[in-house]
Write a protein that binds this ligand. Structure first.
Ligand SMILES: Nc1nc2c(ncn2[C@@H]2O[C@H](COP(=O)(O)OP(=O)(O)OP(=O)(O)O)[C@@H](O)[C@H]2O)c(=O)[nH]1
Ligand SMILES: [Mg+2]
Length: 584
């Protein structure tokens, strides 16, 4: 009301209207910017928004839609007063036809499947009318065209037919229109086929009730007969024109839907499109944030897993080293007993036979200890190898689980985001599978064993051949015996040094014990260091592999949180503006 009055007073309305228009435009530009980060999925929606915004400056757009054969084209022809559109019993209209005022009848293509027709009909000076292909026809393409066009309309005239009023597919289509926040006027056409007034009333009531239920408010509803209206026009029969319902229909379109109401609807059209998109993409952002939260959880789990693996590994290793300790300790004890028994004055003769002495030492003291130590060390190495593999398996399992949580269709719908995320998950999954697939336990074990051996080889042998750890250890401990027996022999030969014997015995025991201590330290050190290095390396490789995913998750989260906040802000501004426009 106010809008119309103000316009009448010249300039003031124009300013008020312009101000609302500008604010709306500004909000829609903001919305557009907020939707940009939503990648390809938002492409179509952005176009809808763009078009709706562009139409702010165009003539009011009345879109006539409904099921095929309900008489949409006939309805428009009657409204215009001439048969400008083809009518027919089969699905007839196969493109969107935009009817505009023009001095001469003309036609030109606007977009694929969209034509503009000019016609010198009075009604078209007030509004543009759009004829659409019918829904629920066998030709699916028709319905898609119409669906895509709905967001552009300022008002939808929804035409249902009296012979099959309000079908299920019509309900679904109306639901779609409603989601775009469109104002809908319902037309029941072909009312002429119902002769009894009671039947007409029944149909009206049925449609009214169902539409009201769907829209949540009483619809504006007209029962008409396009056929009668066309006949009335031809015969210039005024009573028939009134009876056809077209008098009331035309009145509504030109008077009730006056200039101010049209301006209001015009302003509300892009605004409602914007509101819908703002809400829709907040939900998208929410969904993605939920996915990301779970991703972050998974990444943290992997981090924790890696840390605890490291800890477990070192703890487990202590137990394994204790077994090697026991072997060494037993050997040390046997050594002490051997020296106690051998390095004695009464045994001087056997002491002089250093070869025999050494053999004796080797068989009684050293015995199979080096082989058993080697066995234990091999077990430790195998266990390191196994552990390493397990860490990667764990990563693979996590990635698999994250993968499984994004269903195929969701992936397609959400476009870039899910696609990129999935690609990153895939690449980690592949990296993990590759490591696991290529993992050669024996090769890994050999590598680690070589490293450990290397630590000893330098001390034990000048030259490292392909000797095992056991041989190296044997060499090291036998060296102690050689040392001892050598010294003892020297003493014996020096003669007279009886009193030296006990000292030499103590010295031999001490030396042997020192050797073993050194060996023990070296072994534990080498194995611990290897375990630590291996797990650290695996952890580092895993972290590196995960890095792009981690970065993706973090940057996406940040940007989605911003988008969501902005969308919420735009939504509430649009809501406020809507109230203002509705009240204006
Ligand atoms: N009885 C009766 N028939 C009508 C009326 N209006 C249209 N028809 C007939 O219904 C059939 C379909 O009319 P159209 O105007 O082509 O219907 P449409 O909704 O445009 O159909 P599509 O373009 O295929 O979606 C034609 O045979 C019309 O003659 C009416 O008021 N009464
Ligand atoms: Mg048609």
């Amino acid at each position: 009301m106010v809008l119309g009055m103000l316009r009448g007073r010249g300039g003031i309305l124009a300013r008020r209207e312009q101000e609302l228009r500008d604010r709306e435009s500004e909000l829609l530009v903001r919305l557009d910017a907020a939707l940009r980060p939503f990648d390809v999925a938002a492409g179509d929606d952005l176009r809808q928004l763009e078009r709706a915004r562009a139409q702010l400056d165009q003539l009011f757009l009345l879109v006539v839609a409904g099921e095929f054969n309900s008489g949409k084209s006939s309805f428009i022809n009657a409204l215009i007063g001439e048969r400008v559109l083809p009518e027919g019993v089969t699905p007839t209209t196969d493109r969107i036809t935009l009817l505009c005022w023009g001095e001469e009848a003309d036609e030109r293509a606007l977009e694929p499947y969209v034509v503009q027709r000019t016609h010198p009909a009075e009604l078209l000076r007030e509004l543009n009318v759009v004829d659409t292909p019918g829904t629920n026809a066998v030709i699916r393409r028709h319905e898609e065209l119409t669906r895509d066009f709905v967001p552009r309309s300022d008002l939808v005239l929804f035409v249902t037919s009296a012979d099959r009023p309000f079908t299920e597919t019509e309900r679904i289509f109306l639901e779609h229109i409603r989601q775009w926040g469109k104002k809908v006027v319902v037309v029941i056409n072909k009312i002429d086929i119902l002769e009894a007034e009671a039947e007409r009333k029944e149909v009206r009531e049925f449609v009214r009730h169902n539409v009201a239920q769907l829209l949540g408010h009483e619809p504006e509803l007209f029962a008409v007969s396009a056929r009668q209206a066309q006949r009335a026009l031809e015969a210039e029969d005024t009573p028939l024109w009134t009876a056809s319902g077209f008098d009331a229909m035309q009145n509504y379109l030109l008077k009730t839907l006056n200039q101010e109401e049209r301006v209001r609807l015009k302003l509300l059209n892009p605004l409602n499109v914007g509101l819908r998109l703002a809400r829709q993409y907040q939900a998208v952002a929410f969904d993605r944030l939920k996915t990301l939260a779970a991703d972050i959880q998974a990444i943290e789990d992997i981090d924790r897993q890696l840390a605890s693996y490291h800890q477990d590994m070192l703890t487990d290793l202590e137990g394994r080293l204790a077994r090697i300790d026991t072997l060494l300790l037993e050997m040390e004890r046997r050594g002490a007993a051997f020296f106690e028994e051998t390095v004695r004055i009464g045994r001087i003769k056997s002491l002089l036979d250093s070869d025999a002495l050494r053999r004796d030492f080797e068989s009684r003291v050293i015995a199979d200890t080096p082989a058993r130590i080697e066995e234990e060390a091999t077990r430790v190495v195998d266990w390191i190898v196994e552990r390493n593999l397990e860490v990667w398996r764990e990563v693979e399992r996590y990635i698999d689980r994250r993968h499984g949580e994004a269903p195929e269709d969701a992936l397609r719908r959400s476009g870039g985001f899910q696609y990129n995320r999935q690609a990153l998950l895939d690449s980690i999954g592949r990296a993990a599978s590759r490591v696991i697939g290529d993992y050669n336990r024996e090769e890994e074990a050999r590598k680690i064993a070589n490293e450990v051996q290397g630590t000893f080889a330098a001390t034990a042998l000048a030259e490292v051949g392909a000797v095992g750890l056991g041989t190296i250890i044997a060499t090291l401990v036998t060296g102690a015996a050689a040392d001892v027996t050598g010294t003892v022999l020297a003493v014996a030969l020096a003669v007279g040094g009886f009193y030296l014997i006990p000292r030499k015995r103590a010295q031999a025991k001490r030396r042997f014990s020192e050797r073993i201590q050194a060996l023990r330290k070296q072994l534990a050190g080498a194995l611990e260091w290897q375990a630590h290095t291996e797990i650290s390396q695996a952890a580092e490789t895993i972290q590196q592999t995960m890095e792009p995913y981690r970065r993706f998750v973090e940057t996406q989260r940040e940007s989605l949180e911003q988008s969501r906040a902005e969308l919420t802000a735009v939504e509430s501004s649009l809501d406020r503006l809507r109230v203002e426009i509705e009240r204006a």
